[in-house]
Design a protein around this ligand. Structure first.
Ligand SMILES: Nc1ncnc2c1ncn2[C@@H]1O[C@H](COP(=O)(O)OP(=O)(O)OP(=O)(O)O)[C@@H](O)[C@H]1O
Ligand SMILES: [Mg+2]
Length: 260
């Protein structure tokens, strides 16, 4: 929000321009990409740019339409209606972020469909009432297509209601700059961590369910800044968070020794 400093976000492509155009046309936006690639940070940045509040809803299997929309609460002798976070956003013109949208049950997501087209309406079934979205309301969501474990997919009827922006691991120069900006680690040292990460990412035979993210690199850089030797920092900031398999740990440790 205005008054607060802008969150640091380094663009890796044309995502800012695309998001701005989508927001101007009130098109829902899906951010696709692996963990730790800047999706949440990007939205914090965009919310600040647009001077709108960001309301994040982390979706999981138990997330129900009631959690999004609202419920009646009993208070003493009275029942009072309490808006859910989606309803609040619809009324006040906030940006809603359905984080990990694929985790939510499909029937929950059907509740948002009427918000995503020309109607821009939310139906509060328990109140039998429809509310029109504020002109600044914007629906966004994230989806990690890479999760090997859950195989959760989005229904095409939900998915095709969003335009998509893809997040990938950034180029080496950009990622070096992010590490430097986030932690203050000198660029030369940051670049070694980035080159190590690039090598790990090129090795699918390591069998990692998901490879090293910018988030882990930032954490490793932060440990180095606090005085830990780079190899030790990489062990605890990059390698152990990726795997529990001893052979893989050994292979990654050898790779780290080459770069750090
Ligand atoms: N483009 C970027 N600009 C600035 N910081 C970035 C960028 N990409 C990644 N980061 C750093 O990586 C960290 C993780 O990013 P973020 O939390 O946005 O990831 P995410 O894609 O939302 O991950 P998840 O899917 O796990 O929620 C941030 O806290 C930030 O330090
Ligand atoms: Mg996130």
């Amino acid at each position: 929000m205005s008054g607060h400093p802008a969150p640091y976000y380094k663009a890796t492509g044309r995502e800012i321009e695309i998001f701005m155009a989508a927001a101007a046309q009130r098109l829902p936006v899906l951010l696709k990409g692996p963990t730790g690639t800047g999706k949440s940070r990007f939205l914090e940045f965009m919310a600040h740019q647009l001077d709108r509040r960001l309301i994040t809803i982390v979706c999981h299997e138990e997330t129900s339409a009631v959690d999004l929309i609202g419920r009646y609460l009993i208070q003493g002798a009275e029942t009072i209606w309490q808006d859910g976070p989606l309803t609040t956003a619809v009324k006040t013109g906030a940006i809603v972020y359905l984080d990990e949208i694929a985790e939510a049950r499909p029937d929950t997501l059907v509740a948002i469909h009427s918000l995503t087209d020309h109607r821009r309406e939310l139906f509060l079934d328990r109140k039998n009432e429809s509310i029109r979205a504020h002109e600044n309301f914007l629906l966004t969501a994230s989806f990690n297509p890479g999760y090997q474990k859950s195989f959760k997919e989005l229904k095409p009827s939900t998915r095709q209601r969003f335009i998509s922006i893809e997040f990938r691991y950034p180029d080496k120069d950009v990622e070096t700059e992010i590490l430097h900006a986030e932690t203050g680690l000198p660029k030369e040292q940051a670049n070694r961590l980035v080159r190590l990460a690039a090598q790990i990412r090129m090795r699918p035979e390591l069998g990692l369910p998901e490879t090293v993210s910018t988030r882990l690199l930032v954490a490793t850089a932060a440990l180095v800044v606090k005085g830990l030797p780079p190899r030790l920092a990489a062990q605890h900031g990059m390698i152990l968070p990726l795997t529990d398999d001893d052979d893989t740990i050994a292979a990654l440790t050898d790779m780290a020794a080459l770069y750090l």
